[in-house]
Design a protein around this ligand. Structure first.
Ligand SMILES: Cc1cc2nc3c(=O)[nH]c(=O)nc-3n(C[C@H](O)[C@H](O)[C@H](O)COP(=O)(O)OP(=O)(O)OC[C@H]3O[C@@H](n4cnc5c(N)ncnc54)[C@H](O)[C@@H]3O)c2cc1C
Length: 440
């Protein structure tokens, strides 16, 4: 496999202290096997696609390099929320037209509903909490824009409430340096690992064959079908779905080279906070929240009293870079939540999110390959959108017109980034500008 981060980003080390459990009890592929649809990658995208295909009676095998949920799906912040693109709405309206930009927003709402429906239908114990999420203004001018944003959301069927600074304190949402909030009443928090494990079980129950420790090392075409090589065996399939997102290889398939930009995101989780400790900080709400910075922080008090805090990750995937980001994330956490500055951190980890050049996700056929499909690039917001994209691509693979909205925003094939294998430098170059914008 040919990937652009240091090998450590693809090893177990960054997730060794993760708070979410991993279900590693799936068998590896051994010997030669055959299936109708082969899915490469066992995160939300691949598992949701497998579940929807198997439920429709299609023979499907998931090949996961590690264990289901090992990638971003089993190590994220657990915000099941609106999102999936980084391009602002005005840009999307210019590029795709107002109606398509609105359809994209509708898809985001439907994605949240889809996850809620899957959790309910398959009895997944995902420790759900939080009625939507709160955006916290890090600058007074951001707060002044919340009224217009609330009107925009309400016009699209999402209830939204502007929270002046005094309302934040009343609702147990006190963080330092915040000038007001916007409560967006869509989405909920969940245990991401439990959700991934539940999806894998549901897919298997529906008939999907799930294989762990089965990294695909080569894709060959042979007499109108695909032959996938793994260390333990090969899988022949008529159709292929690439669901590897931030953990993709430049050569699987070669078309993907240079077309995504994986970036690290880091998370810490405290030990359970007592009621007195929560009151001392003034943060007692179970609402998930993030601040309005370009280089944003996201956080939520979980049902068991632990507090999760996440932000961008390091520029490199080395032990030294991880130590630096560990210091940085603790400093940012202490700056926003000073009463908890000395609280023990029980878990910390990082993983790869994935960006596209157009800052929109792509769900569709792989150009130049017959019966090969791809779904990825959710810009750090894939709990809902990856699950949705898996359901969407299952319809496309079956040759159906999807019942779910399939906006053209999701149909623009991934463009190539400049700088080839060195494209991570784009993020290093952009970070000081984003940092500066956060201070203006
Ligand atoms: C730290 C962090 C915090 C995040 N927080 C949030 C959040 O709060 N809310 C939100 O909506 N989103 C969040 N995200 C993003 C979200 O987790 C992802 O968008 C989503 O999980 C993507 O799912 P996926 O299935 O497409 O990819 P992944 O879950 O990354 O799965 C890809 C899988 O492909 C496998 N793979 C790769 N190559 C091969 C191969 N050759 N053969 C076989 N298998 C292979 C990998 O092992 C991996 O398991 C976060 C991400 C991170 C890293």
């Amino acid at each position: 496999m040919n990937r652009i981060w240091e090998p450590r980003a693809y090893a177990d080390a960054p997730r060794a202290q993760c708070a979410w459990a991993l279900d590693a009890g799936w068998p590896a592929l051994e010997g030669d096997a055959e299936t109708e649809v082969a899915v490469i990658g066992g995160g939300y995208t691949g598992l949701s696609a497998a579940l929807h295909l198997a439920s429709a009676g299609v023979s499907v095998t998931v090949l996961e390099a590690n264990a289901p949920g090992w990638g971003a799906s089993g190590r994220n912040g657990g915000f099941c929320c609106l999102g999936g693109a980084k391009a602002p709405d005005a840009v999307l309206a210019r590029r795709f037209g107002r109606a398509e930009a609105d359809l994209w927003f509708e898809a985001q709402k439907r994605a949240i509903a889809l996850v809620a429906g899957l959790i309910e239908a398959h009895g997944i114990e995902a420790h759900v909490h939080s009625d939507g999420e709160v955006v916290l203004a890090h600058r007074p001018r951001v707060y002044r824009g919340f009224g217009a944003e609330a009107t925009w959301l309400e016009a699209r069927g999402v209830r939204a409430e502007v929270l002046p600074p005094e309302a934040l304190a009343e609702r147990g949402l006190t963080a330092r340096g915040i000038h007001g909030g916007l409560h967006v009443k869509a989405g909920f928090g969940l245990d991401p690992g439990a959700y991934a494990a539940g999806l894998a079980r549901a897919a298997a129950t529906a008939g999907a064959d799930i294989r762990a420790r089965s990294p695909v090392t080569a894709i060959r075409t042979e007499a109108g079908s695909y032959r996938l090589a793994t260390p333990g065996g090969t899988l022949r399939a008529r159709c292929l779905l690439i669901a590897t997102n931030g953990y993709s290889s430049e050569d699987l398939p070669p078309w993907l080279a240079g077309r995504t930009l994986p970036l690290q995101s880091s998370v810490i989780v405290t030990r359970p906070l007592s009621a007195a400790e929560r009151a001392a900080q003034g943060w007692t709400s179970d609402l998930m929240a993030y601040d309005s910075r370009e280089l944003l922080h996201y956080f939520r008090l979980m049902p068991d009293g632990r507090f999760l805090f996440g932000m961008r990750g390091g520029y490199r995937a080395t032990a030294g870079a991880e130590a630096r980001i560990a210091r940085k994330i603790r400093a940012d956490f202490a700056a926003m939540f000073p009463a908890w500055a000395g609280v023990e951190i029980a878990h910390e980890w990082s993983g790869l999110v994935n960006l596209s050049r157009g800052l929109t996700p792509f769900v569709g056929p792989v150009p130049g390959m017959d019966n090969a499909w791809i779904a990825m690039a959710y810009h750090g917001n894939g709990v809902a959108m990856a699950s949705y994209s898996g359901a969407l691509i299952a319809s496309l693979i079956r040759g159906e017109t999807p019942a779910l909205p399939y906006p053209s925003v999701m149909q623009a094939p991934l463009g190539r980034f400049p700088l080839g294998r060195h494209r991570r430098a784009l993020f290093f170059a952009a970070t000081p500008l984003l940092w500066l914008r956060d201070r203006l």
